[in-house]
Design a protein around this ligand. Structure first.
Ligand SMILES: Nc1ncnc2c1ncn2[C@@H]1O[C@H](COP(=O)(O)OP(=O)(O)OP(=O)(O)O)[C@@H](O)[C@H]1O
Ligand SMILES: [Mg+2]
Length: 448
């Protein structure tokens, strides 16, 4: 972050800022009106723009909009009269990184520049979504470049065209269903049905009828005969999700199907044949369940003719930046313009987190963070990730509200390394209010 463009119609402001910034080691360029600002800001050389909103010829909002169209990830800091909250909100909505009040507080400016320097510019960073940059975005892409994921891709390719039953094993949220789909849609059966049954979602009797169908009058409420999912999947793939939850009776019927490709509907006498490829998934240790006698051994071996292990996210952290970029793109396509960059601090938090809910948890955390991030930069507070070891209830402290407030402000300032702009934002108070509290409470920065 070296090259700053200052756009302001006031020559005195331009000169003061230029002197100040040059002294701090930045290269500075200036523009006195909107069109000049757009032209200079479009150059790839400029790393950040300080933009006055009240400008002749073309107002600051228009300049901001135009710059964001041309260079979506360019950080723009707008300068507004301090009491003009509405303007500031609008500027942030249009993608400004932050806003500064007039008259300029140079400490505050330094904070903002530091923050901008921390940004991970997604468009310039080295990771790419796909190996070939022009590949269009595919929502069902299985993202990953780690060795563990490459093994999974190879396995998918190897089993896709075989009729073999495949068992997918992995923790919750590791992508088992995604892989099941990939197997089907890369196979010769891709034009045929792909049907999913979540075995844990239904009580045993209902699950049996769901899978194998029933005849009229088979049980109370069976007013009509109904085909099961095995019949509906004829010629295609049936994906049995959470297969560990199947009752012993149904385990027997499944085993028979896998051996003979035959079954009867509930209450039925006719044997039905179906040509269906079976994929199954579980996040439980089926071998242990088999040893404990809750899962049939013969069924276990029939299901895992081939098995694919989905690695947990914490064991392939090198895929995380790729996934972050993928999901931000996915979210942008659903919700329109959102964040354009991830702060370095946020990326660090994401990289450190243990992700017990794996890729699903990451996607959900990003969705939340996009909504909670104040500007176009995803900030760590918005991620709301529990640090490991947190989550234990705080001990009850017998202290006054005032004492709590003081400590809380102190903690937040420590957390933000005395970045007062960020601290005020987290505390949801204005910067002047924060300064007032700091003075009132006599809070001081700890010596380093
Ligand atoms: N490698 C990946 N690339 C992109 N998206 C992924 C990847 N892995 C998982 N996802 C996404 O994460 C979410 C969870 O994946 P999926 O439903 O396949 O997990 P699962 O292993 O079936 O989890 P569960 O055991 O909880 O059912 C889905 O939205 C899926 O699209
Ligand atoms: Mg699943």
């Amino acid at each position: 972050m070296k090259h700053i463009l200052v756009v302001d119609d006031d020559a005195a402001v331009r000169r003061t800022l230029e002197m100040h910034l040059v002294r701090r080691g930045y290269a500075v360029e200036t523009a006195a009106d909107g069109p000049a600002g757009v032209e200079k800001g479009s150059s790839e050389e400029v790393d950040l723009v300080l933009l006055d909103l009240r400008l002749p010829k073309m107002d600051g909002f228009e300049v901001l909009r135009e710059l964001k169209l041309r260079r979506p990830t360019l950080p723009v800091v707008v300068i507004t009269a301090y009491d003009d909250m509405q303007t500031a909100i609008e500027a942030i909505r249009l993608g400004a990184l932050d806003h500064l009040g007039k008259p300029l507080d140079l400490d505050e400016l330094a904070d903002v520049l530091e923050k901008a320097a921390e940004m991970v510019d997604l468009s310039r960073s080295s990771f790419d979504l796909c190996d070939t940059p022009d590949t269009p975005f595919q929502p069902h892409l299985i993202v990953g470049r780690s060795r563990a994921m490459k093994r999974v891709f190879k396995a998918i390719g190897a089993v896709a065209d075989s009729p073999a039953t495949v068992l997918l094993h992995g923790e919750s949220g590791t992508g088992k269903e995604l892989v099941a789909r990939a197997i089907h849609f890369n196979s010769r059966l891709k034009a045929r049905p792909f049907i999913t049954v979540t075995c844990s979602a239904l009580a045993p009797t209902l699950l049996e009828s769901e899978l194998f169908g029933h005849e009229k009058g088979a049980f109370t409420g069976a007013y009509q005969a109904k085909p099961g999912k095995f019949e509906l999947a004829q010629g295609g793939t049936l994906f049995l999700d959470e297969v560990s939850e199947v009752s012993p009776d149904i385990q027997v019927k499944l085993l028979r199907f896998l051996q003979e490709r035959e079954f009867e509907r509930v209450g039925g006498v006719h044997t039905i044949r179906a040509d269906v490829r079976v994929l199954a998934a579980t996040n439980r240790d089926l071998a242990a369940m088999m040893a404990a006698g809750t899962f049939r051994q013969d069924l276990y071996y029939r299901l895992r003719v081939v098995s694919i292990e989905l690695p947990p996210l914490r064991e392939r952290r090198e895929d995380i930046p790729l996934l972050v970029k993928f999901f931000l793109e996915k979210i942008r396509r659903e919700m329109g313009p959102t964040v354009e960059a991830v702060s370095q601090a946020a990326m660090d938090r994401i990289q450190e987190h243990s992700w017990p809910g794996n890729v699903r948890e990451l996607e959900n955390a990003l969705r939340r963070a996009v909504l909670l991030s104040p500007g176009s930069v995803l900030v760590p507070e918005a991620l709301q990730l529990e640090r490991s070891g947190e989550g234990t209830p705080l001990p009850l402290l017998l202290q006054s509200l005032e004492e709590m407030e003081r400590r809380h402000i102190e903690n937040i300032l420590t957390f933000t390394a005395w970045d007062k702009t960020r601290a005020a934002r987290i505390l949801n108070i204005s910067r002047p209010t924060l300064n007032k509290r700091i003075r009132e409470f006599g809070i001081q920065r700890a010596a380093r």
